[in-house]
Design a protein around this ligand. Sequence first.
Ligand code: ASP
Length: 358
Amino acid sequence: MSSIDLKATQSPHILVLGMGGTIAGLAQEPKNKPLQYQAGQVSISNLLGQIQEAIPKGLTLISERLVNINSKDLSESVLTQLALTVLSSLNNQAVQGIVITHGTDTIEETGLFLQLTCGKAAQTLGKRVVLTGAMLPGNAPAADGPSNLLNAVQWASTLLENCPGGVYGVFAGKVCMAKDLAKRHGTAPNAPLMDSPTSPLNLINPSWLAGVRAAESAWREDLPVPHTDEWPWVEILTSHAGARPQTISQWLGSGVKGLVLAGSGMGGFHESWKTPLDRALASGIALVRASRTGAGLVRSDIPEKDPIGCMAAGSLSSPRARIALQLALNAAKQANLVGKPLTWQDFFARIADLPEIR
Ligand code: ASP
C-alpha cells in the first residue's frame, strides 16, 4: 500500500485513488467471455490515460494507487487507510475533489463507511468524494469503466450551484449518495445503484437534491476512523428455513463483539436462535436485527419489541448494518475513554435514523 505525499502537489487538482475492481480488470477472451476476467490488473494511471482526451481542459488529475484488489477481498485495514487518505486529502487546499475507483462487490460497505467517517468533512469543506467502478473489465468491447470514470471526474470537479460537497457514487450516467450504493444484481450495467435513489448526472432531479440536503444536515458529526487493529469483530448471520441454534451458540466465547442478524421478512429470526441469542446478549455481544430481503424497514417494535441491547437496523441492509455496528462500537469505546458515557446504541441510532431519499 502506497502513501501519498500531498505536499509534492500544491497546484489545484482532482485526486484519483485507485483501489482495483473490474474497472481495472482484464479478460483473457474479452470478445467471447467478457465476464471471465481478473479484477485489479490495470494501474490507475493507465485507466486515466484512456479518458485523457475527454477530460475538461484546465483540470489536473493526480492519481495514486491505494491497492489493486478484487473488492470481494476488501479488508478493514484498507478501509482505515482509505478514510485517513480521504480525510487528509480533503484538508489539502490543492485538492478540489476526490474520485475513488473501487470494485462493485463491496462498494456498498465502503460507501456507507466513507459517509460516516468523512461525509461531514466533505460537506463542510464543500468538496465531493466520488466512488465509481465498472461491471465489465477494461478490455471488454462494451466496457463501462471509461465513461463511469469520466463521469465521476466531472461530478467531483463541477460544484454545481446548490449541490453540496459530500460522498457520492456515480455509475451509468447517474449519481447517488454513496451511502445508497448497493449492488443488487450480479451483472446489470447499473447494478451498484439500480435500487438506489439517484439523479441523472446531466439534469439534477430537485427532489433527489432535497433528499441529499436533508440527509447531509441530519449527519452532524463524522465518526472516528478505527485504527487498523481496533476494528471490532462483527459477523453477519442469515436466518433461514431449518436454521440451527449452533449458528448462534458457536460464537459464544469466540471473542466476537457483535452479530448482525439478517432475518427473514421484517427481520424475524428462527425460533431455534432465541435461547442462544439471549445468552449472547447476556454475555455482552451487541446484536442488530436487519432483513435478508434487501429492502424495507426493520423496526424495533415490529413484529415484537426487541430485547434490551438489541437494535433494529431501520433501512440499513445487513452489510451496511455491519459497518454501522463496527463504527458505533468503536465510537462508544473512544467516547468512554474520554469520560463520555455514550453507548454503541447511541451511535447506531444516529446512523439508522438518517433520513432516506425517496
Ligand atoms: N469482483 C469485482 C470487485 O468487486 C466486481 C466489480 O468490480 O464489479 O472487485
